[in-house]
Design a protein around this ligand. Structure first.
Ligand SMILES: [Zn+2]
Length: 421
């Protein structure tokens, strides 16, 4: 069977607007910290047939759009894309968040093209998200935007919530409106967040949205930059490597899970995550902006600090307050980092240790501060700086505790443009 994605006949097109979104993005209302929602059978909305990852894109069955507005109803939908959450679910299953993992559920993840029912409260409007696009997607080629560096698209909506569309009708058919199609207008977005030409998305004609991955509008800057900065110089970062734990609003510092040494894992730019809490590294989730800015510091440090002892070794980042351990790590904006060393070593050390390198450590703290850190605790009494605090109980003799102000201009600037040495 041949599917024509774009019409072969002349059409009359006019700019128009509509309240109906091009598609909806799924959530998991009432599912706690689970990474998925139940996907109900198309024959019986009471039966859980599969599970559907958060941030899947679904199209509502024509004529059923009204149901989506009634919070307690179940809405007939067709799945047009699901984010790749396999690595996230696998790691969650190996750690303290195992009951959040889709891999702990008996039901399998649903597939693109599948039809069924979804709880209305778990459907979010398309304009709450920006969509990272696969450059090989026909959407990019058919809009004449190949090789121009478009990384994301975003629906164009006015202040009243009307989506901008192009309404195209076949003038040869009578009545004329019998075969009108809506093409939704999206803005194209480049890696530096500048906006390019509009893109037309015809949701009905083909599964053009299958190459789109939605992220909440407020997360798109850090997510785009985490992807762009990459895992490290020698390993490219793929969309599937992004472990965004939606329920907690945190994303992991990328780690190389194939190269673990039993105690930790290599991180970006030659860094190392020590004393991992569990095999799934549940302790390196951070707020997207924190994850972004930390990665940028690692990138700059990797360029400026050369030789043995330069490796940044980081420990805990995020823990929910209910854990009652690492209580100052509930915000997802603080990092534990070991002091730097004068030789290659993966062992713990204090500022009294013979392998402690004060100059390197101070230089790294200066980078953190320049990047937007508003709190650094480290107990070396010989470091005199108004920015660095000490504890009375020597609890920070073997690591510095670094926190970023996620709303500061400086933090956002570092995430977006990197850290200039
Ligand atoms: Zn700490």
């Amino acid at each position: 069977m041949i599917i024509f994605c774009f019409s072969l006949y002349a059409q009359d097109c006019v700019v128009d607007e509509t309240k109906t979104p091009p598609f909806m993005v799924t959530d998991a209302t009432g599912m706690g910290s689970k990474t998925y929602e139940n996907f109900k059978s198309k024959d019986n909305y009471r039966r859980n047939q599969n599970i559907i990852p958060r941030r899947s894109i679904v199209k509502i069955k024509k004529g059923s759009e009204e149901y989506a507005k009634h919070s307690k109803s179940y809405v007939p939908v067709e799945i047009i894309s699901t984010p790749d959450t396999d690595q996230l679910d696998k790691n969650l299953k190996n750690g303290i968040y195992k009951w959040s993992s889709a891999d702990k559920n008996k039901l399998k993840k649903s597939k693109v093209g599948q039809k069924g029912f979804l709880y209305a409260k778990s459907l979010k409007k398309a304009d709450e998200f920006t969509y990272i696009v696969n450059e090989a997607s026909p959407l990019i080629a058919d809009n004449g935007l190949s090789d121009q560096g478009v990384v994301a698209i975003k629906p164009i909506v006015d202040s009243k919530g009307n989506f901008k569309v192009l309404k195209c009708c076949n003038p040869l058919l009578i009545p004329k409106n019998s075969i009108c199609k809506l093409k939704y207008q999206f803005s194209s977005i480049f890696a530096d967040e500048s906006v390019g030409k509009d893109i037309l998305v015809d949701v009905d004609n083909c599964a053009v949205a299958s190459g789109l991955t939605p992220f909440k509008n407020q997360d798109i800057t850090p997510i785009m930059n985490i992807l762009k900065t990459g895992f490290s110089e020698d390993k490219e970062m793929k969309m599937a490597d992004i472990e965004l734990f939606d329920a907690k609003g945190v994303v992991k510092i990328p780690l190389d899970y194939e190269k673990g040494d039993g105690k930790g894992y290599p991180g970006p730019f030659g860094s190392y995550h020590y004393n991992t809490d569990d095999k799934g590294a549940s302790d390196v989730f951070a707020k997207p902006m924190a994850s972004c800015v930390f990665t940028k510091v690692l990138e700059t440090h990797n360029k400026s600090c050369k030789g043995p002892g330069c490796q940044v070794q980081f420990g805990d980042i995020y823990h929910p307050a209910s854990f009652n351990v690492h209580t100052s790590h509930g915000g997802g904006n603080c990092f534990d980092v070991r002091p730097l060393k004068n030789k290659k070593s993966k062992r713990a050390l204090t500022y009294n240790d013979s392998i402690y390198d004060k100059n390197k450590t101070v230089e790294l703290m200066r980078l953190f501060e320049k990047a937007g850190a508003n709190k650094i605790i480290f107990d070396d009494p010989s470091i005199k700086s108004p920015y660095i605090r000490r504890t009375s109980d020597q609890s920070h003799a073997n690591h510095m505790h670094v926190c970023f102000d996620l709303n500061s201009k400086r933090t956002k600037e570092t995430c977006k443009n990197g850290l200039k040495e």
